[in-house]
Write a new protein. Sequence first.
Length: 107
Amino acid sequence: MKDLMGLMGKAKEMQAKFQTMQEEIAQIEASGQSGGGLVNVVLSGKGEMKSLKIDPSLFKEDDVEILEDLILAAHADAKGKVEAVMQKKTQELTAGLPIPPGFKMPF
């Protein structure tokens, strides 16, 4: 019974750590770019687009598809950076825990 109480205490402690980590992740901002800096996107840790900057030289009617592709590429770049930070923070938090490979945390 004593082991169960200890396990419950550790579970509550881990839950508090995850809550803190989620709050930290929400504060993260990552910038992604494409087209050699012609398009810049800033995402929050939750994947929300915070800002989008487009170089005025891209505003030509013939280049609409190129601009759309550059926006998508900049978004993907920023999202990859956010995910890398989240993965690093998760690994730091769960270091030493027997978590199966590929297990996704609930955030």
